[in-house]
Design a protein around this ligand. Structure first.
Ligand code: XBP
Ligand code: MG
Length: 229
């Protein structure tokens, strides 16, 4: 295989974001007068569903049987999620969420070798933009040539749609790329798109099923050597 591109997941992979997302959901619920609270144990279960709006709906279906849905339920969820996104971006801008160790080195090593870089994530575009701005500063616009995110495709991970979208934009076959993911949903998505995938788990995903991954790495320190030797 001649490696031409690395496609990065964002949440849990570029940065340990999920507790920041969780706290932002809780702030949005409080601000909206809802007595909902997602603790770590509950959030662990809710992470089964990717995408914030989809996760709110899954929570309502499974944990709030008595909740009376407003007439415009989709609009309600969209507005609630927009409040969550505002809080999450504030957390990012305040520097509460940092890039995972090894990410900057991996990206630097890849760029030196002319490897193309892209992003495939379910999270919202503004979240990606702010995280990249915080993590890479002025360089952030130039690092990732294609950013696939949010509602740009009909089906979020574990569906392969977002990876297919990124491959098409890059004009590359799956065989020329690798993906870097942290979760089983992410792995199912990238594998279904035919992309060799490395996993770097975190505290939410460490017990998930990573069958089919090229390797499961406890940290990213060895990855440049593995990929570029
Ligand atoms: C990450 C997610 C995201 C975030 C919330 O999945 O599931 O939904 O938790 O993001 P992955 P939004 O890392 O597999 O892409 O609230 O912006 O949807
Ligand atoms: Mg992830």
């Amino acid at each position: 295989m001649t490696l031409k591109a690395i496609i990065f997941d964002v949440d849990g992979t570029l940065a340990d974001t999920e507790d920041g997302h969780r706290e932002s959901f809780n702030k949005a619920f409080a601000e909206s007068g809802l007595d909902w609270n997602w603790d770590v144990a509950l959030y662990d279960k809710l992470l089964k569903v990717t995408g914030g709006k989809e996760r709110i709906k899954y929570f309502v279906e499974t944990c709030q049987p008595d909740f009376t849905k407003p007439a415009d339920y989709d609009g309600f969820v969209k507005d609630l999620h927009a409040v969550k996104t505002r809080h999450y971006n504030t957390m990012l801008r305040e520097g509460h969420i940092l890039l995972r160790p090894g990410i900057t080195q991996l990206i630097g090593a890849a760029r030196q070798r002319g490897i193309r870089l892209a992003i495939a994530t379910t999270t919202s575009p503004e979240n990606v933009a702010t995280l990249l701005q915080q993590g890479f500063g002025a360089d952030s616009e130039r690092i990732f040539e294609v950013i696939g995110c949010g509602d740009i495709v009909p089906h979020k991970k574990p569906a392969p749609d977002i990876y297919f979208w990124v491959l098409e934009k890059m004009g590359l076959p799956a065989a020329d790329c690798i993906a870097l993911e942290d979760s089983e949903n992410g792995l199912r998505s990238s594998l279904a798109a035919g992309i060799k995938t490395f996993i770097t788990p975190n505290h939410y995903t460490r017990n998930q099923d990573f069958a089919g991954a090229a390797a499961v790495l406890s940290d990213l320190n060895d990855l440049p050597e593995r990929l570029f030797r």
